[in-house]
Design a protein around this ligand. Structure first.
Ligand SMILES: [Zn+2]
Length: 392
């Protein structure tokens, strides 16, 4: 699974470096020819890019392009896409299971598309419960991995020990029967205790790993037991699947969860946009209002339509960004350059520590009509943040 710590270290890559985002999906017909499309694209795009590379960096640029090309020829990727950062002292190769758009950059490492992908794909959890225990899996960016450290097994040896002792008066059959009943009650009580503890474990795990949603799958009576023990704050982000999925191998489990996640995502995004549009004075809408409030530290959450195309101007000195066409920054007198909201938003929300929600499909259409982007204001304590209760 994609290593968040590694991604956080990428801005430190010394420039100039080559950044390549390539759609390498082998299932894609255009990648089935010889050479595959991503190699031809890399070659032609490198020619275009080289025009803008200064004379003294050209040799290094060509070396890195060649290096990436040779690596891909020798190791044809099986992943949906790859992201490569290549420089004289650096080589970072990420294989992704989600689609990317082909992009090539020279200079500073370009993290924009990667950050968008991370904002778009929320990490979620899957807990499989059965009579033997609870297994924990994480699902993010098309990858599913079991968290073996979290797995908890039911240990019935302790519960049964007392039962193994023969009744002190072996001739009393009746007693033995009631003894068995008592044992079964005791075992039942132990199971209930076990799943109650696991409910707390799930809550703690979901918080620790910022998982949303968490799918809880298993036989109906067990998932209902865990559900009843979950704190109310977990209800919005927990989805019950009353089906024992423990026997499925990871790829099958992945295929089973994917449509559930899509459904959840659609409802979640709809509710999110509904809430934003209903927030009245507690929210702002549109690029200008959102950027302005964001950079004044007034926001607690931003929602944006996936792929929003908007031109904005950005000060090269202080970084202030807005839609104004001035070439000089009003705040610091620095030079302003034209860029796009796509290029600046992931970095801006991180700088101001505001969570970003990327919405698409039907909810995306609703938000697009309202300006393509909007945000919740910090001030009022009565408003619901995007982290508030979710639709169940
Ligand atoms: Zn400025």
């Amino acid at each position: 699974m994609l290593d968040v710590k590694l991604i956080q270290s990428l801005p430190q890559i010394p420039p100039p470096a080559l950044t390549a985002y390539l759609d390498t999906n082998p299932a894609h017909p255009r990648n089935q020819g010889l050479p595959p499309n991503y190699l031809s694209w890399l070659k032609s795009q490198a020619k275009v890019l080289e025009e803008g590379v200064s004379g003294k960096e050209r040799k290094s640029f060509r070396e890195q392009v060649q290096r990436v090309k040779e690596y891909l020829e020798q190791n044809p990727p099986r992943a949906h896409s790859v992201v490569i950062f290549a420089g004289p002292q650096v080589w970072q190769f990420l294989a992704l299971r989600v689609a990317v758009e082909d992009e090539l950059y020279w200079g500073l490492p370009s993290l924009t598309q990667l950050l968008w992908l991370m904002d778009e794909h929320r990490p979620c959890g899957l807990v499989l419960v059965d009579r033997f225990g609870a297994r924990f899996l994480r699902y993010w960016m098309g990858e599913m991995a079991e968290e073996h450290d979290e797995t908890v097994k039911v240990d019935t040896t302790e519960w049964r020990r007392k039962d193994l002792m023969p009744p002190s008066q072996p001739d009393v059959e009746k007693l033995r029967g009631s003894h068995r009943d008592a044992f079964e009650h005791r075992v039942e009580a132990q199971y209930v205790r076990f799943y109650a503890r696991e409910a707390e474990h799930i809550r703690e795990w979901a918080e620790r790993k910022s998982l949303n949603p968490v799918f809880l799958a298993g036989p109906a009576e067990l998932v209902e037991l865990v559900w009843a023990e979950l704190p109310k704050s977990m209800y919005g982000r927990t989805v019950l699947i009353k089906e024992d999925l423990g026997h499925l191998a990871l790829p099958a489990l992945h295929a089973r969860i994917e449509p559930e996640l899509k459904r959840w995502e659609r409802e979640y995004q709809r509710a999110l946009v509904d809430r934003l549009l209903d927030s009245g004075p507690h929210a702002v809408l549109g690029v200008e209002e959102t950027l302005g409030h964001l950079q004044q530290g007034l926001l607690r959450g931003v929602a944006v339509v996936r792929g929003l195309e908007e031109r904005v101007g950005r000060c090269t000195k202080c970084g202030w960004t807005d839609r104004g066409a001035d070439s000089v920054c009003a705040a610091c007198g620095g030079e302003r350059r034209l860029t796009t909201i796509r290029a600046v938003l992931p970095e801006l929300v991180r700088r101001y520590k505001v969570p970003l929600e990327v919405v698409a499909d039907e909810a995306g259409g609703m938000l697009r009509q309202a300006g393509g982007i909007g945000a919740w204001l910090k001030s009022s304590s009565t408003l619901q943040s995007p982290d508030g209760p979710r639709p169940s």
